[in-house]
Design a protein around this ligand. Sequence first.
Ligand SMILES: Cc1cc2nc3c(=O)[nH]c(=O)nc-3n(C[C@H](O)[C@H](O)[C@H](O)COP(=O)(O)OP(=O)(O)OC[C@H]3O[C@@H](n4cnc5c(N)ncnc54)[C@H](O)[C@@H]3O)c2cc1C
Length: 304
Amino acid sequence: MNLDALQNFCAENGCTCLIHEPMSAHTSFHIGGPCDAFITVETDAQLCALIAYLRASQHPFRVIGKGSNLLVPDDGYRGIVVTFSGTAAEDMTADPEQGILCCGAGTTLKNACRAALRASLTGLEFAYGIPGSVGGAVFMNAGAYGGEISQVLVSVDYLDENAEIRTISAKDAQLSYRRSIFMDHPEWVILRAKFSLGHGDPAEIQSTMDDLMGRRKSKQPLEFPSAGSTFKRPEGSYASMLIDQCGLKGLTVGGAQVSEKHAGFVINRGNATFADVTALCTKVREIVQAQTGFVLELEPEVLK
Ligand SMILES: Cc1cc2nc3c(=O)[nH]c(=O)nc-3n(C[C@H](O)[C@H](O)[C@H](O)COP(=O)(O)OP(=O)(O)OC[C@H]3O[C@@H](n4cnc5c(N)ncnc54)[C@H](O)[C@@H]3O)c2cc1C
């Protein structure tokens, strides 16, 4: 892989390129070895040019958001990681009359919720406090407190495998519990999402957002790095309830621990490695299956 040529391309196109950047600096778990290069883009034009370059030069790559649903191995990722810069986190337009909010993929969910509030639009409050980007949320149909992306999504613009910009409707995006069509097409790049929201009272919207954030702070171990819920909800039960029932709160491997505060979270106590987290998750899965019969599936994606 010619990293010098890649760096030159990035410099010419105004993207930031960090060679052998540790992914622990870009994941909410603070875990992960180096990628070959970590590139940040500010605009769709930069992103499209970069993706075309990476495809032409056959560099393997992945586009990520805020790294809040990722587990990266200790030896890192052999490829290029692309994400959005700070300015892309503000890329939103609202049409209060039509009840439409359009967000760039790099917009944080927090900023998207604040934009909806400013436009007196209701329906996105559930996402306030999910620490990811709009792209990441669409990718996995993020949800919380009874809401999920599928309930408000109208359509998604994305770059397909032939570098064509396409639009897919929410209906065709195959959204279901923590799933979307984008998971079957990791080569597609989400560019922007359009949401349909209702007209609401700003005071009520703000109060719901504050309430949900308060519930997170009181129940979740936000003081430690993690990737949120470690396991998906199994059909007919709740992962955190099963783990708690098996007495696994506090179970530790190296620096990884099943949170004492919320059994659904594996946390990084300070120096956890990918190996610690995966060994702990294997133990939890084995014990839960042996004691309850439920099979737990990892929710964060392993970047490989
Ligand atoms: C404390 C905490 C609480 C959480 N609570 C919740 C919760 O309540 N509900 C919930 O659903 N999740 C929750 N999460 C998990 C996470 O925040 C969500 O899954 C979020 O949607 C991930 O977004 P991201 O931008 O961080 O994605 P990343 O982790 O960066 O990426 C996740 C996947 O999306 C893909 N992706 C990201 N952007 C693009 C793009 N533009 N184009 C193509 N693919 C893309 C990546 O390649 C990767 O496969 C929580 C996480 C933490 C740390």
